[in-house]
Design a protein around this ligand. Structure first.
Ligand code: SF4
Ligand code: SF4
Length: 431
């Protein structure tokens, strides 16, 4: 188990028992060309073009990049910059539906007959990125660099952020497909053992996971690890520590300790792309919090967040805020006409916290140091950022911060420690 972290009230009961519901087919979608880590996709359609559901509309522009597909059939009415839920702006393809739901031809394949490179290529052409929020292109993760070795695949089913239950529902409702996805990942990477990590609050999934694991198609082992419900258990580095007792070095990646981590929805997307010929055009997300009807919804990429909030009965009024993602690491939205992108795990309506008008001083209680799962000194970083002494911050390993928010959550002075850290990273990157 990793050191640090916090125990949180999880609020998952609001939506945990809500079956995945298909959100209505949108009349219009706004599909950004940068939804992933890496370089933006290049548009390959123009205004006036007719597109099918699943058709490529944005092409990869480098090794770390991703294809983008249309999530509906209809006409491209504009290609223009649009705000993203991440706070950035991206050139986006705006498509108006023709209501026909016409799709590209879906090619069924038997993955047992595919070679590793063929699987990785399908994943790449299907635009699959990490669906746990980071949106790192999956074909890059599956490509083992020269001189590196992978011992284990880790499937991240922790979903440690409060309120979010979409991964839980995916594991519950699509168990067989996720297990098939794990086997495909193992085949692509030539790994013989995988672990599924789930937090204790999802222990009810155990019997059905075990049942599905009994019928594997290839000779690999899949072991389920039940982990304590402690935030940020789902962070890659902490999942690796909890399951394998290996520590990813500062500035390193999971591959540096011979493993790769995939989110459960990414695993499902891999299965559907490889076996069913379905590119990534939709995802499951949770809409919860103060909405009247919390739900787990299967949503087309590019659907407006305002439509989803309306559907779930969100009453937007003073003293409430919209968060995209979980409450700990999510981003506050200041406008609702932004689209769902591949990395959108949740949409939450939460009460606005009453923060002090001025930044309060540190009372040197040391609580932030106790909870920091990366063993950083958030209070010191905050102090030097306030003093604009970025030369001092540089020696405090600020780039190791995973922005989990534990320090700010625990701070009795409600100091904006994560904002200080983000500011320090920004300044140091510019140096
Ligand atoms: S310093 Fe970074 S890693 Fe440490 S608790 Fe704060 S946000 Fe999390
Ligand atoms: S938790 Fe807040 S008050 Fe306590 S040491 Fe850290 S920054 Fe200072």
């Amino acid at each position: 188990m990793f050191k640090g972290g916090v125990k949180l009230i999880d609020f998952k009961s609001l939506s945990k028992n809500e079956e995945i519901e298909e959100f209505k087919y949108p009349e219009k979608v706004i599909i950004p060309l940068i939804q992933h880590t890496g370089s933006p996709a290049k548009p390959v359609v123009k205004k006036g073009d007719y597109v099918l559901e699943g058709q490529v509309i944005g092409e990869i522009t480098g090794f770390i990049s991703s294809y983008i597909h249309s999530s509906i059939s209809g006409k491209v009415i504009e290609i223009a910059p649009w705000d993203l839920p991440t706070g950035r702006k991206s050139l986006s393809v705006i498509i108006e539906s023709d209501g026909e739901r016409k799709s590209i031809e879906k090619v069924k394949r038997d993955w047992l007959n595919l070679k590793s490179e063929e699987i990785i290529n399908i994943v790449k052409e299907s635009g699959i990125v990490g669906l746990g929020g980071a949106a790192f292109p999956t074909h890059v993760k599956l490509t083992i660099p020269e001189g590196k070795r992978v011992d284990f695949i880790l499937i991240n089913g922790c979903e440690c952020e409060p309120f979010l239950t979409c991964d839980y529902r995916v594991l519950k409702e699509y168990t067989e497909e996720v297990i098939e996805g794990i086997q495909i990942i193992c085949k692509a990477t030539n790994v013989k053992k995988a672990f599924i990590g789930i937090e204790h609050n999802k222990i009810d999934l155990l019997p059905q996971l075990e049942r599905s694991i009994r019928n594997l198609k290839i000779s690999i082992e899949i072991e389920i690890k039940i982990l304590p419900a402690k935030y940020p258990q789902g962070s890659e580095k902490h999942l690796i520590k909890s399951i394998l007792n290996r520590e990813v070095p500062s500035g390193g990646l999971p591959i540096d300790v011979n493993c790769i981590v995939f989110n459960v929805q990414t695993t499902l997307a891999i299965k559907r792309a490889v076996c069913d010929g379905i590119p990534l055009t939709e995802r499951v997300l949770t809409c919860s919090g103060l909405v009247k009807n919390p739900k787990n919804l299967k949503v087309k990429i590019g659907t407006l967040i305002s439509d989803i909030l309306n559907f779930c009965g969100a009453e937007l009024k003073h003293g409430r805020k919209i968060i995209v993602g979980g409450p700990m690491m999510g981003i506050q939205l200041f406008k609702e006409d932004v689209p769902v992108i591949k990395g959108t795990t949740g949409i939450l309506l939460l009460p606005e916290e009453k923060l002090p008008k001025r930044i309060q001083p540190c009372i040197r209680c040391g609580k932030c140091l106790d909870v920091c799962p990366m063993f950083l000194l958030p209070s010191e970083i905050g102090k030097y950022v306030e003093l604009e002494r970025f030369d001092k911050v540089e020696n405090l390993n600020v780039f190791d911060c995973i922005e989990c928010g534990c320090c700010a959550y625990i701070c009795p002075s409600k100091r904006p420690l994560v904002d200080f850290i983000k500011c320090a990273k920004f300044k140091l990157r510019k140096k």
